[in-house]
Design a protein around this ligand. Sequence first.
Ligand code: GDP
Length: 287
Amino acid sequence: MTIRWYPGHMSKALEQISELVRKIDLIIEVLDARLPYSSSNHLLEQVRRNKPCIKVLNKNDIADPAATRAWVQHFQKNSGVRALPLVAKNIPEVKSLVKLCKQLVPHRGNPGYPIRTMVVGIPNVGKSTLINTLAGKSIAKVGDRPAVTMRPQQIPLNNGILIFDTPGLLWPAMDDQGGAYRLAASGAIGANALDYTNVGVFAAAYMMRRYPELLKERYKLAELPETPYEVVEAVGRCLGCIMSGGVVDVHRAAETFLRELRAGKAGRISFEEPGTPEDVEAELLRF
Ligand code: GDP
């Protein structure tokens, strides 16, 4: 399986971002807190021109808090980078983002002299939701499928921030096969791109390694079955995904299982392994 992003679109998007970076004071990069590595685009660093960057680790409500803490520390080792976990709809948390912007760009930050920023990120990480909360009203189109963000080019907010919209979204880093599966399991890329059953089995294998107790608890399993496929079957039995004749409908079980994981029904989980950001980077950069 390969997902194709058109090289022409990619270089255009990067070129546009690189141009905009000249005009702004600060970059707000939105990442999915459940998979900060796979939901980032590492080329952004190349066009950052040493401008301060806030990495918003969004969807913190459904991410594993320990993994998120480790990523925050990891990102903040880079000079000029701050990391802030939040929930894009949470007004007080988004206010703390505004405060951080003002700390990083202390010489600007009032309506006559706003902090010029742009919100970048791959589809579905929550950019529109964040912009709507920042603006205090609905200006950015929000959808639950990837790639539906459509916004005007400049958004003045009354809190001393001016958002330059990026016409080109970033595309995710899928340096390895696992990257695509992690993104699909989290819902960051369209489910149609990969077979549901395969992604479900991938997610089951991951959950068996990383969060076996959550799996047992949610799906009432005294012991975990031996294989990930059997886990999906067991989940299907628990959730009533049964076809006539009492056979588990594995495709539907995988789909329901993924929907549950993405909604945080089995608990707060992150989708990258092994445990530490350094390990994740070392592991994934090998590809
Ligand atoms: P964009 O494509 O980056 O603009 O992403 P959207 O703002 O359209 O959000 C994508 C999906 O993620 C939508 O279904 C949102 O409701 C959901 N979402 C956004 N922020 C959060 C968050 O902090 N927590 C959770 N659980 N879901 C979120």
